[in-house]
Design a protein around this ligand. Structure first.
Ligand code: AMP
Length: 446
């Protein structure tokens, strides 16, 4: 058997490939990127791309040394003579904030809205919707603590999924307070879980020392049973006045824009640099535990990376998860379509001439040609297989008269067009957007 792709990765395939699903269709990925671009750039976000590998230290500080991502799921990059200290990025925020600091983007007007998309890497246990290379769309806003920025970020995330046609999406909104609020909460959790250390998983025993809030995030069934049994109070009960006012302001904005959300006290982001607003986007078709995306405020991150204090907030969603949700809702994305024009020569001497015509036609529209001489029946069949709208056949007669005879496969109409008039004729078949126009419905005979 030929060499296979690594486990947990996917190929993004052209339309027409056998066994195609929405989350492996290249045009579907492009569609999500295009829709995200449209929604986010209309809101003033600018595109920024960062490398797929970064210093390990950036990922450790940016994602947190106590997270599963850093402890168990990092892909380390080695190359000859190097210190082995690079990591394939597991998420986009740390790299984006690094780029902001390193390139002096602080000088741009704040709040600065940035967005990006690209592959992320985590060595996870592979299952449906959980890959080792997956793709995210990220939106980040730097330089403001205003709750209006939080509400706008959440609304934009909802706008992107709505623009994709998804309806079964819910926002789960929470707040993790300010650092002092979290200290109070962690002290409460230490007291509570401290009396039951023997029942905690090994991971959670360690979390009890370092960061008890992360116990609430535990994937261990035993830990979750203990949490339920102890009736642990949520972080929301521990918000200080400032964080509570911020949380309420975010909700007031969302309410005024009719953005639906549920308050979810179980949302915890146990990392030190997270502040206040945190949320997740869920879809019934992808399963309760599998979020389409999530976001949060991270005012402490830039300092954590060795920079000045730069407040920030952002979100990411997984493109594969979005596509699975779209598939679950029976949504489809437009295919890439076929060429407007397919040119075929009827004899060997004119193959080059057919190619020249098609190449000239590309100034107007997508045009392809046959690489060998074919009979008219074969030309029509080949054109149909490629999804072409118009077929031009070139024989010696057409070359002598400097014309092409064109058949419109949608209407069956056949006509002769002067070579020089071909561009205008083709332009008549295009929408203003540049896509091929639909054929006008055939006239009913009276
Ligand atoms: P996170 O950075 O963990 O908050 O993830 C943000 C989003 O990225 C998630 O809600 C998923 O949609 C997506 N995502 C995260 N990990 C994976 C993965 N291993 N496979 C596919 N999508 C993922």
């Amino acid at each position: 058997m030929a060499i296979q792709r690594p486990k947990g990765t996917q190929d993004h395939l052209p339309d027409g490939s056998p066994k195609l699903s929405l989350d492996t269709r290249a045009v579907a990925f492009q569609h999500v990127q295009d829709v995200s671009r449209r929604v986010l750039e209309r809101a003033g976000a600018q595109f920024l791309a960062t490398p797929v590998f970064e210093e390990a230290e950036l990922v450790k500080r940016g994602v947190g040394g106590s997270t599963d991502i850093v402890r168990k799921e990092m892909f380390t990059v080695y190359y000859f003579g190097d210190h082995g200290g690079f990591i394939l990025r597991p998420e986009g925020t740390a790299g984006l904030v690094r780029a902001y600091l390193q390139n002096g983007l602080k000088q741009l007007p704040a709040p600065l809205k940035l967005w990006t998309h690209g592959p992320m890497f985590r060595a996870e246990n592979v299952q449906k919707g959980r890959l080792r290379q997956f793709h995210q769309v990220d939106y980040e806003v730097l330089g403001s603590t205003d709750p209006l920025v939080d509400a706008e970020a959440i609304a934009l995330m909802v706008d992107v999924v709505a623009a994709l046609g998804l309806t079964g999406v819910r926002v789960k909104l929470g707040s993790i307070g300010d650092p002092a609020d979290r200290e109070t909460y962690n002290a409460y959790l230490r007291g509570l879980f401290g009396a039951h250390v023997d029942r905690l998983s090994d991971d959670s025993k360690e979390r009890l020392e370092r960061n008890p809030m992360r116990i609430l995030d535990s994937k261990s069934a035993g830990d979750q049973a203990l949490i339920a049994e102890l009736g642990v109070k949520p972080m929301l009960d521990f918000l200080g006045d400032d964080a509570r006012a911020h949380f309420e302001a975010v909700q007031t904005y969302l309410n005024s824009w009719d953005v639906a959300y549920d308050i979810d006290p179980s949302i915890v982001r146990g990392l030190d640099y997270y502040r206040r607003t945190a949320w997740e986007l869920h879809h019934e078709g992808v399963g309760a535990k599998s979020a389409l995306g999530g976001g949060g405020r991270y005012d402490g991150l830039a300092e954590q990376l060795g920079g000045p204090l730069v407040p920030g907030i952002g979100w990411a969603f997984g493109i594969e998860r979005l596509l699975l949700a779209m598939e679950a809702e029976g949504l489809d994305v437009p295919g890439s379509g076929g060429p407007l024009l397919y040119v075929a020569a009827l004899d060997v001497a004119n193959v080059g001439h057919a190619a020249t015509l098609a190449i000239a036609a590309r100034r107007v529209a997508r045009a392809e040609f046959a690489y060998r001489a074919v009979k008219p029946g074969t030309a029509f069949r080949d054109a149909e297989r490629r999804g072409a709208r118009l077929v031009a056949l070139i024989g010696s007669d057409e070359v002598a008269r400097d014309v092409v005879s064109v058949k419109d496969l949608a209407t069956g109409v056949q006509m002769t067009v002067g070579t020089r008039d071909l561009p205008a004729y083709l332009a008549g078949h295009l929408e203003p957007s540049g896509s091929v126009a639909q054929a006008a419905p055939a006239q009913e005979n009276a």
